[in-house]
Design a binder for this molecule. Sequence first.
Ligand code: HEC
Ligand code: HEC
Ligand code: HEC
Length: 138
Amino acid sequence: MSRALTFLAALTLALPLFNAAAAGEAAKPAIVIANPGTQCIAPPEEMRRDHMEMLKHQRNRTMRLGERGAKVSLNACVDCHASKTTGSVLSGKQSNPDGFCEACHAFAAVKLDCWDCHQPKAGYKAAEATPAPEGSKP
Ligand code: HEC
Ligand code: HEC
Ligand code: HEC
């Protein structure tokens, strides 16, 4: 949680710099909304702050709903947020990650194991495997 707050603080401080003409100095998350005409399951501030909690397998078993009433689904995040050019929420590029999920996580130094089983591309389903129990990750 504190990592998220630190990250948000850093992002807020850095925002004016993003717009500066003299860009291209430090790495920054390139957040591209692939389907701008649609609505996320909650407002962006809430998504930035709470999406990790919403997505947990444990939470999901209780059928948590997003603020706008949608069932929280990783496949749905991917379908809506996958890049129009790569079809993915990951970029696969170490040096310049620009996939929706990966760009921000690279910036915040967050590593996910989700993609071991879940498809980062639109239009797929998770592999047939049992989710690891909560808290069993190293
Ligand atoms: C139907 C399409 C749709 C779905 C499904 C969806 N989103 Fe979104 N998401 C959007 C749009 C559009 C925005 C931009 C909203 C805005 O700026 O008003 C957004 C914004 C966000 C943001 C904030 C990005 C920023 O500007 O910092 C995050 C984080 C996010 N979504 C994560 C998720 C996650 C995680 C899921 C799945 C639980 C998800 N979204 C599901 C359409 C979607
Ligand atoms: C606006 C930036 C941003 C975007 C976009 C974003 N994330 Fe995150 N995400 C974060 C931050 C920051 C954390 C770390 C929070 C913490 O450490 O408490 C995080 C953490 C997570 C976690 C928890 C990781 C863990 O080990 O606890 C999951 C799961 C996650 N994100 C999924 C997604 C998915 C899926 C997408 C794309 C649909 C996405 N995120 C897009 C910023 C973002
Ligand atoms: C060991 C494999 C595995 C890993 C790792 C894993 N999952 Fe899953 N997950 C599954 C399976 C299997 C399902 C049920 C099949 C389905 O609904 O597609 C599922 C279902 C889900 C669902 C509900 C169904 C849907 O449409 O999204 C969410 C949300 C979800 N996982 C989020 C995550 C997140 C976030 C991570 C990473 C922090 C993660 N999972 C890591 C295997 C895994």
